[in-house]
Design a protein around this ligand. Structure first.
Ligand code: WTA
Length: 632
């Protein structure tokens, strides 16, 4: 153990240890990697199966692993139906608060009725098992109903984050070839209505596969409804077909549950595909063990359901575990910077799970805002999305957690489905480290040749084994999936490459440093440089563009762009503003560049690839490194 790390250890309190769901990490970890299939079979046995599996893990077509082969299950049967058979029936499943203070509550029974009605509506619109339905919604309960309704009938959802815009939506609809789109007139942000339907209309013009658009009325925006294509959900729910009873469709464990598009190194976003069985087992187990879920807990994952964090830890994991979950649509500091702390006090939230960006954003308003509120209901805190800087960690721990709540820093990805490295509540913590691998996982840091590096040395983070929550493939692109993530080692086993750089210290604690590729984490959101560049190039003034991420105090990283103009276009401040707005309009405001710099040329390799690493080094005034492949 190095001295710096020693001085930074934070031990959990006796109270937390006494009630922990897992009391001995090392013993259970050793067992879980020695008998991985045995461990996962025990976890899977905690769920309800229509038919038990024949084999826990099928490795015959690695790296296309299959889990719980032969088993029949439906994730919704576990997230809702089985709770209706016991006292959970009347327990609160979802508490939703809108920005304007409106509150809606759903018990498990109430949730079931909503989901059944929605499922019947989808069926009446011709949605069948295996069809991909695109969902583009604000953070309202209907988004959760729509996801669960798809899963219930065996359809596959593809949720596109409501903060994305027309081009991002259109390209995702197109890739999935969805026939049905579920959207809303709009959402709310900072007291203003945010238009969604008109964005959806633009996207539908560009992606002709949509035949049916179901629209939720969420605010008073005037929207165009195209006859025979666009339907209001409330009209459909009033039809006799929309009965609040609907049988859950048995699906095989390996049937697709959802596609979620995420940004990668190059080109268009990848549709990561997750399945009913393994994903249900993985999300519920990780949630139960890492966050020590108790029956009376009120859980708040303050992410958006439109990203993987929301899929796994707003919707599926917590509902399978029968938790009560909080949903809030709106800005964390609206109307004042105490909004979140007020919510925690009002609803008696026990566990808050959020991103370093949100913590830093709220930290800057000072301690007096949280100090106005009684936060004593909190037992655990969580962090996800990017490395958490020790300053924010300590503030979160001290001011929000009042020195008594362990911080569960969870490292994982859209591809992994659930936590891969994280502490348990009993783990001694080091601020900024995601600590140890979750059960069943063997994680290493390797060099360019694939050899494990020494302790405290930086390298590539890899995972040496399959796990039930892993994405099964990239939708329609098995070859790209294998090539991007997997490499077979000399002894025959397959290794998963995460795309992050990391270190492992003398105590075996994992320190994730950041992405090694063209993926940016801006305020915790995952964006690809390629998407931002293609949004820029779609403007008639732009000939070529490059985007890079530079460190930003609040956002983690911020987008900076370099643009070569077409002949005849003139660089100006106004044009820079126009181009930033253009990216926001095409991609969404989260992708709006911080700066646009006009340049005559871009550093490229001889094969014509933009060397973003060189742009970044120049911007930071650092050494440009090996320039032997530079064409300039
Ligand atoms: C980063 C989000 C450090 C990492 C769940 C990863 C983190 C990418 C952490 C995946 C963490 C996520 N510490 N880095 N606790 N959690 N990351 O797909 O770079 O949106 O590869 O999934 O986020 O982003 P994604």
């Amino acid at each position: 153990m190095t001295d710096t790390h020693k001085s930074e250890l934070y031990y959990p309190s006796e109270d937390v240890i006494a009630q922990a769901n897992v009391s001995d990490y090392q013993a259970l970890y050793d067992y879980s990697v020695q008998d991985r299939e045995g461990f996962w079979a025990e976890q899977a046995a905690q769920l309800s199966w229509f038919k038990p599996w024949d084999r826990v893990l099928d490795e015959s077509n690695a790296p296309f692993y299959q889990w719980f082969v032969g088993g029949e299950i439906n994730i919704v049967h576990n997230a809702i139906d089985r709770h209706l058979l016991n006292a959970n029936r009347n327990k609160m499943a979802i508490i939703w608060e809108g920005e304007n203070g409106q509150v809606r509550n759903y018990s498990y029974n109430g949730l079931n009725r909503e989901v059944c009605q929605f499922a019947n509506v989808l069926k009446s619109m011709g949605v069948n098992k295996g069809d991909i339905v695109t969902i583009y919604m604000p953070q309202i309960p209907e988004l959760v109903f729509a996801m669960l309704a798809c899963a219930k009938i065996g359809a596959v959802h593809s949720v596109v984050y409501g903060g994305f815009s027309q081009e991002a939506l259109a390209s995702r609809i197109d890739d999935a070839q969805s026939r049905v789109l579920i959207t809303a007139d709009g959402g709310w942000r900072r007291g203003k209505a945010v238009d969604l339907k008109s964005v959806a209309d633009e996207a539908m013009k560009r992606s002709p596969s949509i035949e049916v658009c179901i629209c939720v009325k969420n605010n008073e925006l005037d929207v165009d409804m195209e006859p025979a294509r666009d339907f209001w959900l409330h009209d459909l729910k009033a039809l006799p077909i929309a009965s609040p009873k609907c049988e859950t469709e048995p699906t095989s464990a390996e049937d697709p549950l959802f596609i979620l598009y995420t940004s990668g190194t190059t080109g268009r976003p990848k549709g990561m595909l997750h399945t009913h069985g393994g994903y249900a087992v993985y999300t519920s187990t990780t949630h139960r063990m890492a966050f020590d879920i108790k029956p009376e807990d009120r859980w708040w994952c303050a992410a958006d359901p439109g990203w993987i964090t929301g899929h796994s830890y707003i919707v599926y994991g917590p509902l399978i575990n029968g938790a009560t979950l909080m949903l809030y649509e709106g800005a964390p500091n609206y109307p004042y910077p105490n909004r979140w702390w007020q919510i925690i006090e009002n609803y008696g939230i026990n566990i808050l799970y959020t991103s370093p960006t949100a913590i830093r954003g709220l930290m800057r308003f000072g301690d007096r805002w949280p100090q106005k509120h009684d936060l004593s209901s909190l037992r655990l805190l969580g962090s996800v999305g990017e490395p958490i800087n020790p300053e924010a960690w300590k503030w979160y721990h001290h001011v929000i957690g009042q020195d008594k709540c362990p911080i569960i820093d969870t490292w994982w990805q859209t591809e992994t489905g659930g936590f891969m490295a994280c502490p348990l509540p009993i783990t001694p913590l080091k601020p900024g480290s995601a600590t140890k691998p979750f059960f069943g996982n063997v994680m290493k840091v390797v060099d360019d040749q694939g050899n494990a590096v020494a302790a405290n040395e930086e390298g590539k983070l890899v995972i040496e084994n399959p796990w039930p929550g892993m994405a099964r493939t990239i939708f329609n692109d098995d070859a790209r999936y294998q090539e991007l993530y997997w490499s077979q080692q000399a002894d025959g086993h397959w290794r998963y490459l995460a795309g992050d750089s990391a270190k492992i210290d003398d105590d075996g604690y994992i320190w994730v440093i950041g992405r090694m590729d063209e993926v940016l984490k801006v305020s915790g959101y995952r964006l690809g440089t390629a998407e931002i560049e293609s949004a820029l190039v779609s403007n008639h003034n732009v000939s070529e563009a490059a985007a890079i991420g530079l460190p930003h105090e609040l956002k983690g990283s911020a987008i900076h762009t370099y643009v070569i103009l077409k002949e005849g276009a003139t660089a100006s401040k106004d044009l820079a503003v126009e181009l930033r707005e253009h990216v926001a309009k095409e991609m969404g405001r989260i992708a709006m560049p911080e700066s646009v710099e006009f340049v005559e040329s871009l550093p490229k390799t001889r094969s014509g690839k933009i060397m973003r690493r060189v742009l970044k080094a120049r911007a930071l005034g650092q050494d440009e490194g090996d320039l032997s492949t530079l064409e300039e």
